[in-house]
Design a protein around this ligand. Structure first.
Ligand SMILES: [Zn+2]
Length: 410
């Protein structure tokens, strides 16, 4: 059983534009309870069913990447395949030249406390070979590393199911070509370095579902630029899960170089790398199938990650969980507008309404808070005549949800 202790987060949900506040309490433990062994198993099964996710097979991993994009988009996360062509060689496969397919899903913060990002990542590719290191056609990679991808997607599911908002952007990442030498993660870390991205922490999960006995342990590999992060990770793992965290000594920490977090470390980003303490007996073989793994353990690893995610992003208490999917079905006309625009929206129930117009830098240029309105269709005139020409975002918020429309001022 998980320990029921700890962090109780009070979310004050206020539709600021409408000058309305309601309170909602989100308890991290209740989020952790929603993490589900069947849900993570489903992802592992789906990925295993590709038969092989070896990055150099014909056509590469485009379909795997598209599957992960689809899953993220189902959870309301804007996602895309980030492909790149790469030529290199390694000891196992010799020279190669191939397209690789990373996945990047972004859950933006609406009120970021700073410009740093929290990354949850795992590699999507797999490899298998026989005792003579001859590559095999079947590479099911259930533990290595469908399990890590399953953690990433489970977090996305929990964020969506609870309409969570955070104070930092979250990037949900899946990397291709890890087994060939961290190819995908290196490419992503390089792009982030080039773009001067700031990363609060990169949470890497690689092989996190093998646990044959009741003595649940998780190794947390560390990097010397992020010792505070591994300490925090161990505390969080102890506090919120039934897993005993193991922080290796410097001599035992060599494995930290053999997974995607190391690529980030090479560019100076801070990371922590979780891996099963009892190493899988089916590593890099065609026996690495879903039946060999422990999905209650994998769900518990996902709980450790969810608690880390909440710790490093912080839940946002200004937009919060009360926001529903029922949008006010608004439209604006004329668009483009010269001076006054008409905003029309439909309320399914009586509701307060707040309207905020911002420029593309997020600066509020116009705000209207309306008293409680009855269900039905309403029209509000917005005077934009004082604004310079350009593109603006008009956000309408009601008790039931919000909608953002783009408007061009001529
Ligand atoms: Zn791996």
């Amino acid at each position: 059983m998980r320990k029921i202790v700890g962090l109780f987060i009070m979310l004050v949900v206020s539709t600021t534009a409408a000058n309305l506040s309601a309170q909602n309490e989100v308890d991290l433990n209740s989020l952790l309870t929603q993490i589900n062994a069947d849900s993570v198993l489903r992802t592992v099964n789906d990925l295993e069913n590709f038969g092989s996710r070896f990055a150099l097979r014909s056509g590469g991993n485009i379909e795997v990447a598209e599957y992960i994009v689809q899953r993220l988009e189902n959870y309301g996360i804007t996602a895309c395949v980030d492909s790149f062509y790469y030529e290199s060689n390694n000891w196992l496969v010799g020279d190669y030249a191939q397209w690789f397919y990373n996945v990047r899903g972004v859950l933006p913060s609406e009120n970021p406390k700073d410009d740093s990002i929290v990354i949850v990542g795992a590699h999507l590719d797999a490899i298998s070979y026989d005792s003579n290191y001859s590559l095999l056609e079947q590479a099911p990679g259930a533990d290595d590393n469908a399990s890590g991808v399953a953690v990433m997607l489970e977090l996305a599911r929990i964020c969506h199911a609870n309409r969570l908002h955070f104070k930092r952007d979250i990037h949900f990442m899946a990397y291709d070509g890890e087994e060939l030498g961290l190819v995908g993660s290196y490419n992503d870390a390089w792009k982030r370095d080039t773009a001067s991205d700031r990363v609060a922490v990169m949470l890497n999960n690689d092989m996190v579902s093998y646990q044959p006995d009741d003595d649940w342990k998780l190794t947390l590999h560390w990097y010397d630029n992020a010792l505070d992060i591994v300490s925090r990770a161990a505390e969080i793992c102890s506090q919120y899960t039934d897993i005993t965290p193991v922080v290796p000594t410097e001599e035992e920490n060599g494995t930290s170089r053999y997974s995607d977090s190391y690529a980030y470390y090479q560019f100076g980003f801070r990371a922590v790398f979780a891996i099963e303490y009892t190493f899988s007996t089916s590593y890099h073989t065609y026996h690495d199938v879903s039946d060999s793994n422990n999905y209650d353990f994998l769900a518990e690893v996902a709980r450790y990650n969810m608690a880390m995610l909440v710790t490093y992003t912080e839940l946002d208490n200004t937009v919060g969980v009360a926001e529903q999917t029922v949008a006010p079905m608004a439209c604006l006309y004329p668009n483009p507008v010269t001076d006054k625009a008409c905003l029309q929206y439909r309320l399914s129930d009586n509701s307060f309404v707040g309207i905020t117009v911002t420029d593309l830098l997020g600066r509020v240029v116009l705000q209207q808070n309306l008293p409680a309105q009855t269900a039905g269709i309403h029209l509000v005139e917005l005077d934009l005549s004082q604004l310079p020409s350009g593109v603006y975002l008009c956000r309408i918020r009601t008790d039931k949800g919000s909608e953002t429309l783009k408007i061009a001022r001529k």
